[in-house]
Write a protein that binds this ligand. Structure first.
Ligand code: NAD
Length: 264
């Protein structure tokens, strides 16, 4: 299937690894020009080189900016210019008992997970409307619906993304611009890989045992009973980013392995 992405330009926040990197790779494979992002220039340069090497003829570039620092985001926006596809992917997660989450941590989670997408959309959405074509995709989480008791701050930020996404979609009426959210379930990104290793080491069990235990005790409603691969999330995002998805707007699309027990 030709996803008609040749000639389109895309920006993905937080994309030097994990789900964001997988989305970048697939968009490049489809012929889009992609700008990736991470916090350090060195990691951004390494990831750009990796993408250009892994995808023959790829047109990847990168801009370093930390989404917890407003001034760096302003500089990023000034350098980036207009894009056709904005993927608000940058996000942080960390299990922590509710009573131990400080105001500073609440604000940091809000800044990186929520304001990141607000700031990028505020700059780029008007340009998309002017062009009468564009795609904004928020990478939310199944945790936006099933708030995890071990990280309520994270779940709260992921729910906020759904409100922003649906609200922006309301402003696209009658145009060629769409705004949607994609909700991954537990996914084996580098960030999650690290988490699995730490638990394995602390409990002296294998990574396979950590995975089996996680789905048995923490996410029992998962239908696939395993972590999704990053490509399984990127497949859906790449389709939503394409012109073929034009009839999907204002939606919260799940790639959660059936974890959310809902029929719609
Ligand atoms: P990851 O930790 O593997 O990668 C995160 C990326 O974001 C990295 O490139 C990192 O450099 C970047 N990043 C982190 N903080 C940043 C900041 N302050 N400024 C700029 N970049 C920053 O993460 P992942 O698992 O691939 O998650 C990506 C997105 O998917 C997040 O929004 C996350 O909430 C969401 N998600 C992940 C899962 C999962 O199980 N992996 C499930 C649901 C939703």
């Amino acid at each position: 299937m030709d996803l008609q992405l040749k000639g389109k330009t895309a920006f993905i926040s937080g994309s030097t690894q994990g789900i964001g990197f997988a989305i970048a790779k697939q968009l490049l494979q489809e012929g889009a020009t992609v700008t990736i992002n991470g916090r350090s220039q060195q990691k951004v340069d390494e990831s750009v080189a990796k993408l250009n090497q892994q995808v023959p003829g790829a047109k990847a570039a990168g801009i370093a900016a930390d989404f917890s620092k407003a001034a760096e985001v302003d500089q990023l926006i000034a350098r980036l210019g207009a894009v056709d596809i904005l993927v608000n992917n940058a996000g942080i997660f960390e299990p922590k008992p509710f009573t131990e989450i400080t105001d500073a941590e609440w604000l940091r989670f809000f800044e990186v997970n929520v304001l990141s997408g607000v700031r990028m959309s505020r700059a780029l959405f008007p340009k998309m409307l002017e062009k009468n074509w564009g795609r904004i995709i928020f990478i939310s989480s199944e945790s936006s619906i099933l708030i995890p008791e071990e990280m309520i701050h994270y779940g709260t930020t992921k729910t906020a993304q759904l409100s922003i996404s649906r609200g922006l979609a309301e402003l696209t009426k009658g145009t060629g611009v769409t705004v949607n959210s994609v909700l991954p379930g537990p996914t084996r990104s580098e960030g999650v890989e690290e988490f699995i290793k730490q638990i394995g080491a602390s409990k002296n069990i294998t990574e396979q045992e950590v995975e089996a235990d996680f789905f048995k005790t923490m996410r029992p409603s998962s239908l696939i009973q395993r972590f999704a691969g990053v490509d399984e999330i990127a497949n859906l995002v790449t389709y939503v980013a394409s012109p073929l998805s034009a009839a999907t707007n204002g939606a919260a699309l799940r790639a959660d392995g059936g974890l959310v027990r809902s029929i719609i």
